[in-house]
Design a protein around this ligand. Structure first.
Ligand code: FES
Ligand SMILES: [Fe+2]
Length: 342
């Protein structure tokens, strides 16, 4: 079940160049391209003539030309040219989707275009601020987007899935504060005088315990941001003195491709030692850490598929996950209610 009236990350901005890009979101095949005037365009990837994928065609000016019989569609999806005749049949068009590029991500609104609300896109400034340097990638994950979101929302997994990079005892021992409002789930785990995760100990040159926090926000349906702080104990970091340690921001978009596969766009950004290749390499290694997430989530997905009705239990650490699922379920229900009332 999907929330259609929502923005989903469909691509990195640099993925839209001269050639059309085929990408399936929420089970719907889309073609994405950059028009001649620079704007990003998303259309149904199915020509309204004989249903060839438009992604097999080519960009012509601001339009896309089908690679089968040459029909041409403008960024709004209207057919503007049929090469074999002088007129365009009435109603010849494909569906077009609202698109916004922000912080290097290409967001597509998958529902009713009249409801598209740009203010719902989170501000992920660390993707492209000159004060930050970001390591980025996109994974294709053979698991549902909800299962991939689950692992992001519960960091107690880090101790076991990422013991050599992000794992620490502090996150397991410290329950987070969780706050849910109409559009987000906001969580924070403050860990004074805690053992630093190995990767931050190395990068920040910490030799003993640290004051450590993880603050994270779930923006339904599919985005999560992280603010991670690692500072020398007792130097006032929790009170806002950020001079004795390091801060990191991460983002994840777990964009559903189908019910059982996901496009995972991620960013790991820092605002310290911007030109240090050693630090860049060390943070770049977080790619392997995120691949550990993929491995456990894909294996879990397989077990779920083997027996979807197998009973499960919840534990206290599931609090953020449960709140996130409730919020998403409520938004899906409200959207269904709006459609029924129309
Ligand atoms: S199928 Fe696209 S032009 Fe014929
Ligand atoms: Fe993880």
């Amino acid at each position: 079940m999907y929330l259609y009236d929502a923005w989903y990350v469909a691509a990195w901005d640099h993925e839209l160049g001269g050639a059309p890009l085929a990408r399936t979101l929420l089970g719907m095949p889309l073609v994405l391209y950059r028009a001649g005037d620079g704007r990003a365009v998303a259309l149904d990837d199915r020509c309204c003539h004989r249903r060839a994928p438009l992604s097999k065609g080519k960009v012509v000016g601001n339009d896309i030309q089908c690679g089968y019989h040459g029909l041409q569609f403008d960024p709004g999806g209207a057919c503007v040219r049929v090469p074999s005749q002088s007129t365009v049949p009435p109603g010849a068009r494909v569906r077009s989707y609202p698109v916004i590029e922000r912080n290097r991500w290409v967001w597509v609104w998958m529902g009713d275009p009249t409801a598209a609300d740009a203010s719902q896109i989170p501000d992920l400034f660390w993707h492209d601020s000159p004060a930050w340097v970001a390591v980025t990638d996109r994974f294709h994950v053979k698991a549902s987007y909800q299962n991939l979101i689950d692992i992001q929302l519960d960091q107690t997994h880090s101790r076991y899935v990422h013991p050599t990079s992000l794992g620490n005892d502090g996150a397991v021992a410290t329950p987070p504060k969780v706050r849910r409002d109409d559009r987000t789930v906001r969580c924070e785990r403050l860990m004074p005088n805690a053992d630093p995760p190995p990767i931050w100990a190395k990068i920040g040159d910490f030799t003993g315990n640290v004051d450590h926090w993880i603050k994270w926000v779930y923006y339904p349906p599919a985005a999560i941001s992280f603010d991670v702080g690692v500072y020398n104990v007792g130097t006032g970091a929790f009170e806002g003195n950020l001079t004795h340690g390091i801060s990191v921001r991460n983002s994840h978009s777990c964009t559903p491709e189908t019910a059982t596969t996901t496009h995972h766009f991620w960013v790991a950004a820092r605002n310290f030692k911007l030109d240090d290749p050693e630090v860049h390499r060390a943070i770049g290694a977080i790619r392997n850490t995120f691949l550990e997430d993929v491995a456990i989530v894909e294996a879990t997905e397989q077990r779920i598929a083997d027996d979807p009705a197998a009973p499960t239990i919840d534990v206290n650490a599931d609090h953020p996950t449960i709140q996130a699922r409730r919020l998403l379920a409520r938004l899906i229900e409200e959207a269904a209610g709006r459609r029924a009332a129309e």
